[in-house]
Design a protein around this ligand. Sequence first.
Ligand code: SAH
Ligand code: SF4
Ligand code: F3S
Length: 447
Amino acid sequence: MKKLFIKTHGCQMNFYDSEKMVDLLKPHGYQIDENPEDADIIVINTCHIREKAVEKTYSELGRIRDQVNLRKEKTGKKSIVAVAGCVAQAQGKEIMKRSPWVDIVVGPQSYQNLPELIAKVDPLTKNNHINIEFPTVPKFDHLKSIVTERGPSAFLTIQEGCDKFCAFCVVPYTRGAEYSRPIKSILDEAKELIDNGVKEITLLGQNVNAWHAEWTDKNVWGLGRLIKELSKIKELEFIRYTTSHPLDMDLELIEAHRDVSKLMPYLHLPIQSGSDNILRSMNRKHTVKEYIKVIEKVRHYNPNIALSGDFIVGFPGETDKDHQATLDLIKEIKYSQAYSFKYSIRPGTPAAISLNQVDESYKKSRLEEVQNILRDQQFAFNKQSINSTLKILVLKNGKKSNQYLGRSQYNQSVYFNCNEKNIIGSTVDINVTQAFQNSLTGNIINI
Ligand code: SAH
Ligand code: SF4
Ligand code: F3S
């Protein structure tokens, strides 16, 4: 067996792609190894969303060069280095120039060619290879559905790319145009995951609720319909999806939150800013009022739903008043948990050339303010769970002996002790005794 080390940055879609790369390379004799120093192939699956993520890639590549050289000195063996993901797509040529020890650069839509690219790498001539095309035949048609170990919870990408072109965002350039995977290919993969012991599926897409596809009777399905279909699979117990766009929250999906008990009451619905002026210059194509209306509707259909979101502070032109509007919106909605970021200039996106860039010191203090409120909201939300009984899918062992980690319906990490062995993949009832900032603990009441 040859050793494969794979490091993943970025969003869940990148983690899905990494799993697929492992599935793809296993039949070629590769096996996952935690140790990059001894790997025959090192894959870095990269993220381009903010500048920091990109810097990470280059500093990591520096460390890898040293490891690869050391291994060659010690053993005479040359490791193959591949850069995949969104930095590969956006900066393929630059990576080859700045890091000539990289052998392969492969984009998110063309990694299905990885085995052929690896076969082409000649350790002596070191001709490096770039494959960052957006192929006409989507990658899913190439990826044989060989699913290897996944654990009880798995990702399933159903939609890729984006046509919305928010002024700050690289995704339409790195992942390409919006694409919905066909229904049969999704159902086949779901069944295969379930045959491999998966109990929870998280459907993924950059705008997952924009997914739509035609069934054999010519009817077009949206995400709500797909979720209903998946919920019919007996062994599948929990369904989640992420990330949604406010403009694509249609009635069928909202109804699914009322009607499909396997669909978890959790919605990640980013708005980015609480100011209409900023939303307009971000090209988000909706107002704050429209966003609140969507949330009200979702809460009307399922009052139990937990909400999550994303916020960007310091977008070009953001004033104190705009920022205050974001704080007000967060207070009004009450998130169970949410993500927030300082605006990061992304070359090639419209906002990058704005002359109204916000000073770093404002970005810093505004981010702190946003995060303080979100932190308080998350802790308050977690505290509401104390004394309640939550149905938990057991995901893995905790760090302490006899400790397990599971996930609640609201996406909270739940730790508990149990003397039984082999309960990973089971569903247990947990009585929550303590709440922390990022997790809950409790006692198991039945298996
Ligand atoms: N499609 C999703 C988000 C995908 S990107 C949506 O439209 O909501 C994930 C998150 O990264 C975004 O929601 C945004 O909050 C953040 N992000 C994207 N580009 C950014 C940038 N240039 N600077 C800071 N944060 C950014
Ligand atoms: Fe990026 Fe906007 Fe598309 Fe989300 S909707 S992926 S933020 S361009
Ligand atoms: Fe990053 Fe690409 Fe995902 S830029 S957030 S890995 S789509």
